[in-house]
Every structure is written in C-alpha cells, then in structure tokens.
Design a protein around this ligand. Structure first.
Ligand code: ZN
Ligand code: ZN
Ligand code: ZN
Length: 111
C-alpha cells in the first residue's frame, strides 16, 4: 500500500456564516458574514482602519476590550466567532492553527 506524502488538508470552518454583533451606538450590526470575510467587513462596515499599532476598542456587543488594531481579527475569531481548527487525526479542536500544528507534531508524529 502506497501512502502519498502530502499535506494534511485541514477543514476549517471559515466558510460558515456568523452574525456580526458589532455595535454602533445602540445598534447591533447583525449582518451575516463569512468568517473569512470578517476582516473586510470590519474595515468597510465598522471603520476598523488605521495603523496596526493604533489602539482600538472592540465594538462587539458586551466586549469593549481595548487592544491594538493588529490583534482585532484574531480577537474576534477567537473570542466571538469561535473559529476552531480541528486536529485531522483525533479531532481535538484548537483556537489557533499554530497550536493545532504543535499538537500534531507532539501527539501524532509521523503523520
Ligand atoms: Zn458588522
Ligand atoms: Zn471583543
Ligand atoms: Zn490530534
């Protein structure tokens, strides 16, 4: 049996649609946005623009975490969209692709 060595295809959930809970004043956005389109959505719909080091308050409903703009997308993914990277071998889920890759290297060496 020949096993082809090729990169594992990791199934991301980034095609799922999420409802945007960004608030402007008292109004919650509520648009359905694909996870992969969120950076563009936050830019164009909510004015998340400026230098990467500029500090910004997350407008997600009930969040108000202050952070640098460069961290906002990761923050929204992890805290609000709950994007998960499942391990292709054991299906344990991770919030970061990087952590998932470390897990594979540790737990499933040789894959
Ligand atoms: Zn929105
Ligand atoms: Zn937030
Ligand atoms: Zn695993």
């Amino acid at each position: 049996m020949t096993k082809l060595l090729q990169p594992q295809r990791v199934s991301l959930t980034s095609d799922d649609r999420y409802s945007c809970r960004w608030t402007t004043g008292d109004v919650i956005c509520n648009s359905y946005v694909r996870a992969s389109d969120f950076p563009e959505h936050l830019r164009s719909a909510h004015g998340v623009v400026g230098a990467d080091k500029a500090s910004l308050v997350c407008g997600w409903v009930d969040c108000f975490t202050k952070m640098r703009k460069e961290n906002i997308m990761r923050h929204v993914n992890e805290q609000h969209l709950e994007l998960r990277y499942p391990c292709p071998t054991c299906h344990e889920q991770f919030t970061r692709a990087h952590t998932m890759q470390n897990h594979i290297a540790r737990k499933h060496p040789g894959n």
